[in-house]
Design a protein around this ligand. Structure first.
Ligand code: GDP
Ligand code: MG
Length: 300
């Protein structure tokens, strides 16, 4: 018997993407939703907040949660990331643990593996970046019970049809949680800020570590060109000077490249204004973290 389309039972659920910084979580989300919604960087810990990708097809709606990368440092900022990650893992239907087969026992994986061991959700293993790997895959690392194992590349897409088919079979039946057209739960304003942050990561050297954040202060679509004013926050005066660059060259470059991508995202012309401001020790100050939208998850 074939059900009419409106009665087709759909599988709907949350899939947490967990893994060491840099293992390719954001790249995979972007690939699966077919659009750049999570910023990608060759440097670790670029993803700071929950970003959902939503994949809807005739079988399912899989809501992908990009778990923030976790470092084994004890500062307040990192503790918030750990709390957020634990909270996200507990709320999902399946945890997909991404690992790099070239480094099957990577110590960078430990903080996240530790969190995964403590969840009671089903965990799957995905060996990622297999486009760069030859030979037989390593055995699944010990200590975590993986229900299923996949070999994928978020970069070139291999292995993804098998992964998606398995998800479509495993997610619980339920009504759609998002409009089928929607690919992210983040709004365009947030994504515009993320694109600015991505260009900063791309162009700034090691001098600017993780003490740089972007806040979108104004996002006005009422004009002919969308007007966006974003504030780049640094921890030090010296960092501010580097962000601005000689004669404003760095800021100009970041602004131009970000604007082009924001225009693609919005499908309309954009006027992007960037400001740089020093806010010493913002990462240690909870009030400032909250102001920037980085808050610990609700404890209820
Ligand atoms: P995340 O920190 O886990 O979100 O990792 P990203 O998605 O930002 O990727 C980190 C780096 O790995 C970037 O330079 C990506 O281009 C690269 N990368 C991600 N996925 C793949 C993959 O499947 N194959 C290869 N060769 N590189 C990848
Ligand atoms: Mg990421």
């Amino acid at each position: 018997m074939t059900l009419p389309p409106e009665m087709t039972p759909l599988r709907v659920g949350y899939v947490a993407l967990a893994g060491a910084p840099n293992v390719g979580k954001s790249t995979l989300v972007n690939r699966l939703v077919g659009q750049k919604i999570s910023i990608v960087s060759p440097r670790p810990q670029t993803t700071r907040e929950r970003v959902c990708g939503i994949v809807t097809d005739e079988r399912m709606q899989a809501i992908l949660v990009d778990i923030p990368g976790i470092l084994a440092t004890g500062d307040r900022f990192n503790q918030i990331l750990v709390d957020v990650a634990a909270h996200e893992l507990a709320g999902c239907d399946i945890v997909l643990h991404l690992r790099d087969p070239r480094r099957p026992l990577d110590p960078a994986d430990e903080p996240v593996a530790d969190l995964i061991r403590r969840t009671r959700r089903p965990v799957w293993l995905a060996w990622n970046k297999i486009d760069q790997f030859d030979g037989p895959l390593p055995p699944a690392p010990p200590g975590i019970h993986y229900e299923q194992v996949f070999a994928i590349s978020g970069m070139d897409g291999r292995g993804l049809p098998e992964l998606m088919a398995a998800l479509a079979a495993a997610l619980p039946p339920g009504p759609l949680l998002f409009d089928p057209e929607q690919v992210s739960d983040r709004d365009l304003r947030f994504m515009a800020g993320e694109l600015v942050r991505e260009k900063l990561f791309l162009h700034l050297g090691q001098e600017i570590p993780y003490g740089t954040a972007v806040e979108v202060e104004e996002f006005n679509e009422a004009r002919e060109k969308t007007f966006i004013r974003a504030l780049i926050v640094t921890e030090r005066e010296a960092h501010k000077r580097i962000v601005i660059g000689a004669g404003g060259s760095m800021l100009k470059r970041v602004g131009q490249e970000a604007r082009v991508e924001i225009e693609e995202l919005l499908e309309r012309p954009v006027f992007l204004e960037l400001w740089v401001k020093v806010r010493p020790h913002w990462r240690r100050d909870e009030r400032q973290l909250r102001q920037m939208g980085l808050k610990p998850p609700d404890s209820n």
